[in-house]
Design a protein around this ligand. Structure first.
Ligand code: HEM
Length: 241
């Protein structure tokens, strides 16, 4: 087993543990944070079912972003939708046999790689071109965009410039999951792609990208507008009251 294979195997075990543990920990702290007030943003649903529908529209269509900025919505939605397709396409590297719906979306997944880059380019341009947004942009905003652009670019480079041995790569990842280690192809584009993905996994739980699980914990979106029907009791006030 080469030192490279051992290093990448160790890197992915550590990255996976930090990602899973970190996101679980953050969600646990979000879930325990008191919601002292009823603050659903109106017009808000008055039933639990309504809240589920509202949340669904928010996470699939980015409805509130659509209402606030059409350009940001366009690039943001394009990027996220493309990312979802790209990730779904990647499932073929981790499953054997490959599910039929994953096979079906393979061709679209490739175009999604370009759509992902276009979305990121628009979102990044916004941080330079819109004064108000440039003023509040921090280095981490730019670094996250750079990281995602570099992952997409190295992925597309593998597809169109310097191919890698996908069969060996798949054996490596299936092996990692079964604790039966197999060699990793030593192609530069693949090594860059995987190293950047590991960085993404490691920083995810301490980055702004936590908005993905975080949106579900937002009281302005997940509360039922029933303050006139039911007394709102925050967890800590129930004990004293
Ligand atoms: C351990 C996880 C990952 C592995 C093993 C992996 C592997 C690969 C491989 C082998 C390709 C080339 C596909 C081909 O030649 O047909 C590729 C392409 C690509 N990857 Fe990844 N990748 C991973 C994670 C990610 C992540 C997290 C992202 C996005 C944030 C991403 C974005 C892309 C894109 C945009 C492409 C080009 C379009 C495509 O072929 O789907 N990859 N990846």
């Amino acid at each position: 087993m080469s030192a490279l294979t051992v290093a990448y195997a160790a890197l992915f075990y550590v990255a996976t543990a930090l990602l899973a543990g970190g996101v679980a920990w953050k969600c646990w702290t979000y879930a325990r944070t008191p919601q002292p007030l009823k603050i659903p943003v109106p017009p808000a649903p008055t039933t639990r079912g309504g809240v589920v529908l509202r949340m669904l529209a928010e996470v699939t269509l980015f409805r509130s972003l659509f209402r606030s900025s059409k350009w940001t919505w366009l690039f943001g939605w394009a990027f996220h939708a493309a990312l979802a397709l790209v990730l779904a396409r990647h499932l073929r590297y981790f499953t054997e046999p490959v599910w039929s719906w994953v096979e079906l979306i393979q061709p679209f997944g490739v175009y999604a790689g370009f759509a992902m880059l276009a979305g990121l380019a628009g979102l990044w341009a916004r941080r330079f071109l819109v004064d108000r947004v440039r003023y509040i942009s921090s280095p981490s905003d730019h670094l996250m965009l750079a990281l995602l652009v570099a992952i997409a670019a190295s992925g597309l480079a593998m597809k169109y410039v310097a191919h890698t041995d996908i069969v060996t790569l798949k054996a490596f990842f299936l092996g990692l999951m079964a604790f039966d280690w197999r060699p990793l192809p030593a192609d530069p584009a693949l090594l860059v792609h995987l190293a950047l993905v590991a960085v993404l996994m490691i920083v995810f739980p301490v980055s702004k990208l936590l908005h993905a699980p975080g949106v579900f914990f937002s009281p302005t979106l997940n509360q039922v507008d029933d303050a006139r029907e039911r007394r709102h009791v925050a967890g800590w006030s129930a004990r004293t009251g």
